[in-house]
Design a protein around this ligand. Structure first.
Ligand code: B12
Length: 222
């Protein structure tokens, strides 16, 4: 079994005792941090999600898999390829109201930070008020919202509508992402940008900085 497959199995099994050694072995073997995250970690979490849907695994397994993935990410963080360190823009990021899934959001925050963005991470379960108050206080360029739950996805639309009602929509570029989000959905609710993964979020966010809010739309899916 190849090392990435071993990492996938360890995440799937929530094997906290062995995950760090396996990740070290992959790094020693010259495998990039990006591949370890995508081909080891994300693949395992996708499998867990599917098996959870089919009632083959339950909440404790999801939690253990999630915890293992966090260990993996902390371990590979220093090895993520850094981009230009020139200041790219200021981003407020958080998980939409009700959503506690922070692994993807934190990956996006890390990727943006290593590529020159100043990132203020508000964490999980962030209310629309808090996004707006922080963006105003910090004079943000981009507000980035993550949602994995279809019930939380609604709050992305609420944020955009509130900014519009308060006459502030033109001040910020709004980026959205997460499992149930698509280019079509992002367009429909009037967001400025969407990307499918954390790596692609860098290209998307740089694209957003080249345009005025609401004047264009940037989607990066591959
Ligand atoms: C791990 C996990 C958990 C962990 C979360 C741990 C943590 N700290 O995050 C725990 C156990 C806590 C959990 C709880 C629950 N979960 Co859960 N969970 C998952 C699982 C298996 C993996 C999620 C994950 O981390 N994926 C890996 C990351 C890297 O991917 P990602 O988040 O999609 O992010 C990538 C992109 O989407 C993108 N991205 C993400 N955010 C953003 C933001 C921007 C701006 C951009 C540009 C891009 C971007 O970049 C990321 C990296 O490439 C998913 C299944 C799945 N395949 O998604 C279910 C899943 C999301 N969970 C689900 C459910 C139902 C729940 C619970 C309701 C279960 C329950 N009955 O209690 C609770 C809800 C808790 C809550 N209030 O949020 C469902 C959601 C169904 C739905 N459509 O609403 C899923 C899809 C499982 C399933 N198939 O049914 N879960």
């Amino acid at each position: 079994m190849g090392i990435l497959k071993k990492i996938e199995e360890a995440i799937y099994d929530g094997d906290e005792d062995n995950i760090l050694d396996l990740v070290q072995e992959a790094l020693d073997g010259g495998i990039s941090a990006e591949r370890i995250i995508a081909e080891g970690g994300v693949v395992a979490l996708d499998r867990l999600g599917e098996d959870f849907n089919n009632l083959e695994v339950f909440l404790p397994e999801l939690m253990m898999g999630g915890d293992c993935m966090k260990m993996l990410i902390e371990k590979v963080k220093p090895f993520l390829e850094a981009g230009s360190s020139a200041f790219s823009g200021k981003v407020i990021i958080g998980c939409a109201k009700g959503d506690l899934h922070d692994i993807g959001k934190s990956l996006v925050a890390t990727e943006l930070a290593v590529h020159g963005f100043e990132v203020i991470d508000l964490g999980v379960d962030v209310s629309t008020n808090r996004f707006i108050e922080t963006a105003e206080k910090e004079n943000a360029d981009i507000i980035a919202v993550s949602a994995l739950l279809t019930t939380s996805q609604y709050y992305m639309e609420e944020l955009i509508n509130r900014l519009t009602d308060e006459g502030k929509r033109d001040k910020y570029r709004i980026a959205v992402g997460g499992g149930p989000i698509s280019t079509e959905y992002a367009r429909k609710i009037g967001a400025d940008g969407y990307s499918r993964t954390a790596n692609l979020a860098v290209t998307m966010a740089k694209g957003l900085m080249k345009m005025e809010p609401t004047k264009d739309f940037v989607s990066v899916v591959a």
